[in-house]
Design a protein around this ligand. Structure first.
Ligand SMILES: [Zn+2]
Length: 206
C-alpha cells in the first residue's frame, strides 16, 4: 500500500550528513567580553575613592566611557575644524582622538552581559540604564555629523526603528545590535575591539 521510495530503504547507501558541532573554544566575543570586564573592574579599583561594583551607577559607566576616550583612535572633528563632516580628510588636523561610537556601543553590550553573568541583577545593571543609552545615542549623532558618516541611515527605513527599540528594551539589545553590526563589518569591528583591548590592558598595570 505504501510505495516507499527505493533510496530510503537502502541503508548505508546515503552518506551520513555532517552534523554541525559547536566548538568548545571560547569565541572571540567571549574572550573580548572577559577582557572588557576585567578592565572595568580594574577601573573601579583605581577609582578615587574606590568604587564597589554594587554602588556603580549609570553615571559611573558614562564616566568610564569618557575616561576611555583618551585611548581612542578615532578622529572626531570639532565644529571649528575645516574637516568637520568629512569622512576622509586629505590632511591631518589637531582634533582629538576619541573612542568610536561603534566601539563604545559594542563594549557596553559586552559589559552589560558580563555584569549579569557575574551575578549582577538585571534590574540593577548599570550598563542597561536609560542614561547610558542616551549618552551613546548622543555620541552616535555627534560623531556621525563630525565624521560625515551617516549612522542615521537606518532611520529612513521605518521598519528598523521598532526592532532597534525592542532590542534596547530586551536587555541583550546592545549585544545583538553589535553582533549584527559586526556581521556587516567584522574586520573593522574586530580591529577596533582589538585596539580597545590593547588600550584596556595598558591602563591595567601588570
Ligand atoms: Zn579635525
Amino acid at each position: 500500500m505504501e510505495p516507499k521510495p527505493v533510496v530510503s530503504t537502502v541503508d548505508g547507501d546515503v552518506p551520513p550528513q555532517p552534523v554541525p558541532v559547536q566548538s568548545p573554544v571560547p569565541s572571540r566575543y567571549e574572550s573580548q567580553k572577559r577582557r572588557d570586564w576585567n578592565t572595568f573592574l580594574q577601573y573601579l579599583t583605581n577609582h578615587k575613592p574606590p568604587l564597589p561594583l554594587s554602588r556603580c551607577s549609570g553615571a559611573h559607566v558614562i564616566e568610564f566611557l569618557k575616561y576611555l576616550d583618551q585611548f581612542g583612535k578615532t578622529k572626531v572633528h570639532t565644529r571649528d575644524c575645516s574637516f568637520f563632516g568629512h569622512p576622509n580628510p586629505p590632511y591631518s588636523c589637531v582634533c582629538s582622538l576619541r573612542q568610536a561610537w561603534g566601539s563604545l556601543d559594542a563594549l557596553i553590550g559586552r559589559l552589560r552581559a558580563a555584569y549579569e553573568e557575574n551575578g549582577g541583577k538585571q534590574e540593577s545593571n548599570p550598563f542597561g540604564v536609560r542614561a547610558v543609552r542616551i549618552y551613546l545615542k548622543e555620541i552616535r549623532e555627534s560623531q556621525a555629523k563630525a565624521r560625515g558618516i551617516p549612522y542615521e541611515k537606518k532611520r529612513k527605513r521605518k521598519c528598523l526603528t521598532p526592532s532597534a527599540r525592542e532590542g534596547s528594551k530586551a536587555g541583550a539589545g546592545g549585544a545583538s545590535t553589535s553582533s549584527s553590526a559586526a556581521t556587516a563589518s567584522t574586520s573593522a569591528t574586530a580591529s577596533a575591539s582589538a585596539r580597545e583591548t590593547g588600550d584596556g590592558s595598558a591602563i591595567a598595570p601588570p
